[in-house]
Design a protein around this ligand. Sequence first.
Ligand code: B1M
Length: 210
Amino acid sequence: MLTSIYDGVIKGDLQSVKEGVAQALTAGYDPSDILTTAMTSAMEEVGRRFENEEYYIPEMLIAARAMHGGMEILRPHLAKTDAEPVGKVVLGTVKGDLHDIGKNLVGMIMEGAGFDVVDLGVDIYPEKFIEAIRQHRPDFVGLSALLTTTMPAMRTTIDKFKDVGIRSQTVVMVGGAPINQAFADEIGADIYAPNAASAARKAIEMLRRT
Ligand code: B1M
């Protein structure tokens, strides 16, 4: 069953992914297993094919669409809590970057961990993050980047927080495939998380410390 979801994402077959996810949930598969074993691993394979020029942008796009369709069905199962939010996060993919699958996953897992998530979307300019911080007063801000060319936008965003005087009150978490701890340290981020599960865990640890 998980194999058919995996194949569906790779082929960009939205309908079969949606049906496969629904069937796997009914059959009792763990939602996190469906996500990691069948779906995110399929996106890795899509990336590999793109790198090897077996896939081009249209194939990546339809795979992403199929992934989104499956995630929408998984979302309520990953994020089920009626408890009071444990904290609030403002999340977005930085300026110039349109990748949102990883960022959405981070948001879903955070919701599941009890966070109130304000998702700003993709291609978010520093000014928009600043506006959202002022409006929502989150416990932390999460910046996502998937392109090496948009990594500098993370630095610019953090620098803009300094320019407008909100850096000291703003905890910044960064993540995304090209990001690592060394880069996070270099740009002065407070937290680096390599994946969605660690993002939620590190956010909770941070709240416990404050
Ligand atoms: Co893009 N793309 N893409 N793409 N794309 C990559 C990233 C790439 C590695 C593919 C490749 O060459 N192998 C490559 C980047 C190379 C580089 O920068 N060195 C690339 C490229 C080049 C491009 C374009 C420039 C292609 C072009 O136009 N020539 C273009 C750029 C557009 C833009 O952003 N301005 C582009 C476009 C696209 C699509 C629109 C077609 C589509 C995105 C659709 C969408 O997101 N709605 C797309 C896709 C799907 C990919 C790949 C195949 C898959 C990305 C993905 O969703 N992964 C990707 C190859 C790959 O990653 N293998 C690729 C699954 C996801 C679950 O993982 O996003 O890493 P990830 O998220 C993880 C962690 O990183 C982490 O947690 C997540 C879950 O565990 N994480 C955080 C992410 N954000 C976090 C934030 C946190 C903490 C953790 O705290 C706040």
